[in-house]
Design a protein around this ligand. Structure first.
Ligand code: ZN
Length: 77
């Protein structure tokens, strides 16, 4: 089920890939846009590319998205 492949990750050569440091900087905003039904790939194309090739960041992204959907943003306040 998981496509987390260490070799594929090692071989990634996409020049749009922003790398883990920048990805983590923008991950929260990116994930909140998805939870809000927006399209963050227009704003963060490099991050979208990175999530396709990085197991660690895509795992963080999925966990964050699940948390946002479960607990919501601060709209109920
Ligand atoms: Zn990463």
């Amino acid at each position: 089920m998981s496509n987390c492949d260490a070799l594929a990750e090692f071989l990634r050569t996409d020049p749009r890939d922003v790398g883990c440091d920048l990805a983590l900087d923008a991950l929260h905003a990116y994930t909140e846009m998805i939870a809000a039904g927006e399209n963050p790939e227009e704003h963060y194309p490099g991050l979208a590319t990175h999530l396709q090739s990085c197991c660690a960041c895509s795992g963080d992204h999925e966990a964050l998205l699940r948390a946002l959907r479960e607990f919501g943003a601060d709209e109920s306040l």
